[in-house]
Structure formats: C-alpha cells, structure tokens
Design a protein around this ligand. Structure first.
Ligand code: ZN
Length: 349
C-alpha cells in the first residue's frame, strides 16, 4: 500500500491583518467599563459628572458597552476576547518590565528579551513578525505601521525590516489630496501629549490603506497611556472611547473593499497593564506596580471561532501574539531568537 505524505494545506481564509494597540489600556475598563472609584475622584477628573453621564450604567455589561461599543457589540459576537480575570482568564506580559518598548518588542518578536529594557530610541536587534511577513512571497512592500509614538521606527527597526513605519510627524509622502491634507494637519495640530493626536495617526493609516492596499496594517495608538500618566481619567476614557470608534471605522472600511472583505483578521491588544489593586496606581505601570503585567487581547476574523468573551480559566502570554499573526496568514514565524507558540484557539475554526 502506498503511503502518501499528507500535505498540510493552508485552509485559512485570512489574507490581510489589521493590528491595533491601545497603549497602556487597562483590562479593567475593557471588561468592566469605567471604574466608579476613579470616576468620582476629583483628583483625576475635571468633570466626574459628565464622565458618569456618558459612560456609567449599573449593569457591568451595559457599562463596558458604553465605553467600547464596537468591542462589545461586534467583536464579542463575532470574535474572541481574552483577559477577563474575573473568570480567571489571564493574559500577561512575559517580559519582566511592564512598560512600552519591552511590551511592543514582545508582541512583535514573540520573544520577551530581557535585554530590551528601555524606552530609548535603540534599534531593535530582534527580528519581528512584520519584518518576517514583509519578506514572504506576495507580502513584500505590503506591510505598514502607523504610530503616534515616535519610537516605533526603532522598535520595528524600519531600516533593516523594510516595513514602512509612519510615526508622529513623519511626512506622509503621498500624492492623494486626502493624505496631503493630513500631512498639513499633523504639523499644524496642537499636541497636548507631545506627539501627533491619535486621530491623525488613524486617518493617515486609513487613507494609506485605501490608496496603497497593504496586506498587513498596524495602527499604534498612544493617548490612553499619556493621559493616564498625567492622571486625567476622563481624558484617558475619552481617548479609549474614540479609539474604539476608529477601530469600528477601519473594520467597516476593510469590509467595504473587495481585497479585504471576509479575508481580514483584526487583532487588538495592549503593550502593558497598569495598577488597580492600589487605586491611585491606575496612573502607573512598570515593575514596581504589582498588577501592571495584566493585559488583554481581542481577535476577530474569518479563521477565528466566535467564542466571544472567554469565561473559562486560561493563561495566554503577549509573546504568543507574533506567531499567531504569522499563523493566521499560513506562515510559521521563526527568527534568530526563540519564538513563543501561537494561540491555537485564535486560528483554528
Ligand atoms: Zn506609560
């Protein structure tokens, strides 16, 4: 009898990825909505009453939906949400630092490298999954990242990786009128957090997508972290709510374009958590904040089973995201460093 080798056919439907990060956005608000103690604390809000009017509901499911309507109306029905620790569903940093560069390094390299321990503009030595995808057949020059924070060209090592990274006020060198307007806007806009507003990062990413049709688009928002450090809870919440709307907008945009419709997976996550056990520590993160390693993950797409909010005990790590992104496109991410295993439940329908 002939023993034929079993060919591992790629059965996935995902051809494109949209990845979004909300810097330092706590799982507590994602799963429980606005925090009543922080909302009523006049130290952290100029307008506690207004914040309550907009986002409060006694019922936690209503409350979280007011803050993140897209996540709770759409992703929770069609996709998966990991990280609600009230059900012992855990997602954590594997790196021991719990701040931005080590977190983004972990997300994109799959390797919680302990040598990556600074937010300085240092070219990342580790190969990342966007770089890996950008080298695969059919994906060359089809991977782009738009970020508010100006350290991303270093984190993703733009010169080496070949991934197009548009960060803070990098000129948008495009010839459509829409992109030209955005280019002017980002230089003229006020910068309350020191870098361009997230909405400009978003609009540039969206117009780039419409014009250049990247297969992998990463959007890195930043305002939530900046407002949290400044102790401005109402502003932190306002940015989170606006980013949810931008995620809905990019999803509607891709679902309206034949190249992307029903062939795109959306993944939303965060670089690190922040404090909550000690309420005032919501402003802070890093090793000294005992619970700042607690994070979350949301995924939706044609290869992702509609499990909704995971209400079973489980443990995922941020380092698993890189290989998961590759797997969704049918690739096995390998690099010169160790790469953590992908999350099977995300890509096995
Ligand atoms: Zn921070």
């Amino acid at each position: 009898m002939l023993c034929l080798p079993v060919l591992q056919a790629q059965s996935g439907k995902t051809e494109n990825l949209i990845i979004v990060t909300l810097d330092g956005m706590r799982w507590q608000e994602v799963f429980k909505g606005i925090d009543p103690v922080l909302t009523d604390d006049t130290l952290f809000n100029r307008d506690s009453k207004g914040l309550r009017e907009k986002f409060w509901a006694d019922n936690v499911e209503e409350r979280r939906k007011k803050l993140f309507p897209f996540i709770w109306e759409v992703v929770s029905k069609e996709g998966q949400l990991y990280g609600n620790r009230q059900f012992s569903n855990h997602v954590d940093n594997a790196n021991p630092y719990w701040f931005s560069y080590p977190g983004y390094n972990e997300i994109f390299t799959g390797y919680p490298d302990t040598a990556v321990n600074s937010n300085d503009k240092i070219w990342n030595k580790n190969t990342n999954v966007l770089e890996y995808i950008n080298k695969q057949k059919g994906y060359q020059q089809k991977v782009a990242a738009f970020s508010t924070w100006d350290v991303f060209p270093y984190i993703l090592n733009e010169p080496r990786s070949g991934v197009y990274v548009n960060a803070d006020v990098d000129t948008i060198p495009f010839n459509t009128p829409q992109l030209q307007v955005l280019n002017d806007m980002q230089f003229l806009a006020p910068k309350p957090v020191g870098v361009r507003p997230d909405v400009i990062t978003y609009m540039a990413a969206r117009e780039y997508l419409k014009t250049y049709k990247p297969k992998v688009l990463y959007i890195a928002f930043d305002e939530t972290d900046d407002f949290a450090h400044a102790g401005l809870y109402d502003q932190y919440i306002g940015s989170a709510h606006a980013e949810d709307a931008m995620i809905r907008d990019i999803w509607n945009t891709v679902q309206g374009l034949p190249q992307y419709r029903n062939k795109t997976t959306l993944l939303i996550t965060v670089d690190h958590g922040r404090g909550d056990i000690v309420k005032a520590n919501w402003c802070h993160h890093g090793t000294r904040i005992e619970d700042a390693h607690e994070i979350w993950l949301a995924v939706m797409g044609p290869d992702t089973k509609a499990l909704g909010e995971l209400k079973t005990a489980g443990q995922l790590y941020q380092m698993q995201i890189a290989a998961t992104l590759a797997k969704l496109l049918g690739f096995t991410f390998t690099a010169e460093h160790p790469v953590a295993d992908p999350i099977k439940s995300v890509y096995s329908k």
